[in-house]
Design a protein around this ligand. Structure first.
Ligand code: NAD
Ligand code: MG
Length: 383
């Protein structure tokens, strides 16, 4: 078998480093072509020396010389800046691009990879939230596959294997409920970033961890599911499942439910996205039922966790609404982490900005760019 050429956008993050673990486990299956980072030069250099990719990109141009000097004696191309991200994904040797960068920044390189005919292993859910209609249309036009990395969407994808011609009645996205499951607004008012950063089941980057605490993550995943699987809004339901063992479920038109289960470990969905339709043997710890004598399920609380409701609202509205919500959320999460706003302000600001940002019903790429820019500006003006 020919090795699969892989690019990892965001190799220094939580998903990126776990993807490298997967790649390292199968040296005869994968050929790592490109790794990239925003600004963590030391880790990018270390990874480059270890994995010997064809090229690395450091988005922060002020770190270029540091990376260039450190890799001087290696046979590795070094590039800097955001434009370079869009160019390196086009290399001939790449078959699949794993998008593990955070937020709206993933949109342009993902589109560039699609235009170059590369399959996408998509962790960067914000790309589909911002411009799911455009991205999936371009992928269809180019005959490119988008394989989910997000555990819930990987679960749905795994349930659909062998069922592609059978209509889906409904999908259930499971949610852990995060660190504040069951809390009400009064208690949430004064929570700190440190509290919100303590996720009960998953260790992830800061932005998605705050999104998990505010239920924005589940809202973004509802939108992601719509575009990945071509679902109507009312076909996507959220159920809180604190043990994070059932990763999501699909209900078919005969009423049968299929679930995908396992220990919470992102390496499995990452690996499946890279190896589909094959499953490679792993030595990951196996699930033990007796460690989980009870699996429980609860209703979500979109009144307290407003972000979840906002996600359904923007789905209903379509156009650039989700793009505006995403942009507002990226800034409000950052402001919360900087302790400039409170936890409940995140959803409050998100809602206001989503309503104030000019709406475009049938957007093209430039409209998304403009919407993202305006929404960010509105947040910063208000705070
Ligand atoms: P992270 O913050 O740990 O890592 C982000 C990576 O992207 C880093 O390598 C960083 O250098 C790079 N990056 C960040 N901003 C960038 C920018 N503007 N331009 C270029 N590069 C940039 O994040 P993460 O937790 O690994 O999450 C990555 C993506 O995967 C997010 O979209 C997240 O929602 C999604 N995701 C993560 C998990 C998880 O377990 N961590 C699970 C499901 C989905
Ligand atoms: Mg998820």
């Amino acid at each position: 078998m020919q090795k699969k050429g892989v690019a990892i956008l965001g190799s220094t993050g939580s998903i990126g480093t776990q993807t490298l673990e997967v790649i390292r486990a199968y040296p005869d299956k994968f050929d790592l072509q490109v790794i990239t980072a925003q600004s963590n030069a030391p880790l990018l250099i270390e990874q480059a020396k270890l994995f010997q990719p064809n090229a690395v990109v450091i988005s922060d141009e002020s770190k270029y010389q540091e990376v260039k000097d450190a890799l001087f004696s290696e046979d590795i191309h070094v590039y800097a800046g955001n434009q370079a991200l869009c160019q390196v994904v086009e290399f001939n040797e790449i078959q699949i691009v794993l998008t593990a960068l955070v937020g709206y920044a993933g949109l342009r390189p993902t589109l560039a990879a699609i235009e170059a005919g590369k399959d996408i292993a998509l962790a960067n859910k914000e790309t589909l939230v911002v411009a799911g209609e455009l991205v999936t249309a371009r992928a269809r036009a180019k005959g490119v596959n988008i394989y989910p990395v997000d555990s819930e969407h990987s679960a749905i994808f795994q349930c659909l294997v062998g069922e592609f011609h059978n209509p889906v009645e409904k999908v259930y996205l499971t949610a852990s409920g995060g660190p504040f499951r069951g809390w009400k607004a009064d208690a949430l008012k004064s929570v700190t970033p440190a509290q919100a950063l303590k996720h009960p089941n998953w260790s992830m980057g800061a932005k998605i961890t705050i999104d998990s605490a505010s239920m924005m993550n589940k809202g973004l995943e509802v939108i992601e599911a719509k575009w990945l699987f071509g679902l109507k809004n009312e076909q996507i339901d959220v159920i809180v499942h604190p043990q994070s063992v059932v990763h999501s479920l699909v209900q078919f038109q005969d009423g049968s439910l299929k679930a995908q289960m396992g220990l919470p470990d992102m390496k499995l969905p990452i690996q499946f996205a890279l190896t589909y339709p094959e499953r490679f043997k792993t030595d990951f710890p196996r699930f033990n039922f007796l460690d989980y004598p009870q699996l429980t399920f609860e209703k979500a609380d979109p009144e307290t966790f407003r972000n979840l409701q906002l996600a359904y609202d923007v789905l209903e509205k379509g156009g650039t609404a989700a793009c505006a919500l995403n942009a507002a959320n990226e800034i409000s999460v950052q402001l919360f982490l900087e302790e400039k706003i409170g936890f409940l302000d995140i959803a409050r600001i998100n809602e206001q900005v989503m309503l104030q940002t000019p709406f475009i019903a049938a957007p093209g790429y430039e409209d998304y760019v403009e919407t993202d820019r305006i929404a960010r500006e509105i947040v910063l003006k208000q705070v």
